[in-house]
Design a protein around this ligand. Structure first.
Ligand SMILES: C[S@@+](CC[C@H](N)C(=O)[O-])C[C@H]1O[C@@H](n2cnc3c(N)ncnc32)[C@H](O)[C@@H]1O
Length: 198
């Protein structure tokens, strides 16, 4: 895994060329979603794929206190690792949502190998067009701007008591209930927790 600082530097150097080519840097890079999306196809992922590290996945499950009564959504699930861990290690049910068909194929295959495919629903879909009303926990590793765009949907669709967890990026002026600082290869990754309250 390339260190965050290096990623930021490389991203800055390659910014103009990368944007011209429509190449997107990951959520670590510090590029804004809007600028990184310039020139990309309308249905291209708003946030490119970059997996959360295993220690971050563990922290995300821990901060949300995921248990057997939970339905855990990962909006932009990548290879499915967060939902698969929630199901396998915490007894939850899960929903993997990703706009990229390759990621959904990978998630399903990883879930099958882990023996938990029957407890997970796989949706190849834009996260903004996904009904999340039955989620008790929503996991996110997106962009700051995407988190902010998602906020109204979270308030509209989630029930009181539902938890929202974000790797690395906050929710603007929505204050988190807790933050875990997770050391990963000499860097610190923030994991934020919010609860829906009425
Ligand atoms: C940074 S990765 C996070 C993967 C996984 N959640 C994790 O933490 O390991 C972001 C993922 O979001 C997906 N994605 C981007 N825009 C999306 C959208 N509008 N709807 C659904 N998925 C999207 C990408 O395809 C990618 O797999």
């Amino acid at each position: 895994m390339i260190p965050t600082v290096t990623m930021r530097l490389v991203s800055a150097l390659l910014l103009s060329g990368a944007l011209a080519l429509g190449v997107l840097a990951g959520p670590h890079s510090g590029l804004s979603c809007a600028s990184a999306s310039a020139g990309a196809a309308a249905r291209a992922p708003a946030v490119p794929y970059e997996p959360s590290e295993p220690e971050v996945v563990t922290a995300m499950l821990r901060i949300a206190q995921v248990g057997p009564d939970d339905v855990v959504y990962d909006l932009g699930c990548g290879d499915g690792r967060i939902v698969i861990a929630a199901v396998k290690e915490r007894g939850a049910r899960g929903v993997c949502v990703d706009i990229d068909p390759e990621r959904i194929r990978e998630s399903r295959e990883n879930a099958r190998r882990a023996g938990v495919e029957d407890r997970i629903t796989f949706l190849q879909r834009d996260l903004f067009e996904t009904d999340i009303r039955d989620a008790t926990v929503v996991m996110l590793f997106l962009w700051p701007e995407v988190n902010l765009r998602l906020r109204p949907k979270l308030f509209r669709e989630l029930s009181p008591g539902a938890r929202v967890v974000s790797h690395l990026h906050d929710m603007g002026d929505w204050q988190p209930e807790a933050v875990l600082l997770v050391p990963v290869n000499g860097e610190t990754h923030e994991v934020y927790l919010w609860k829906i309250r009425r």
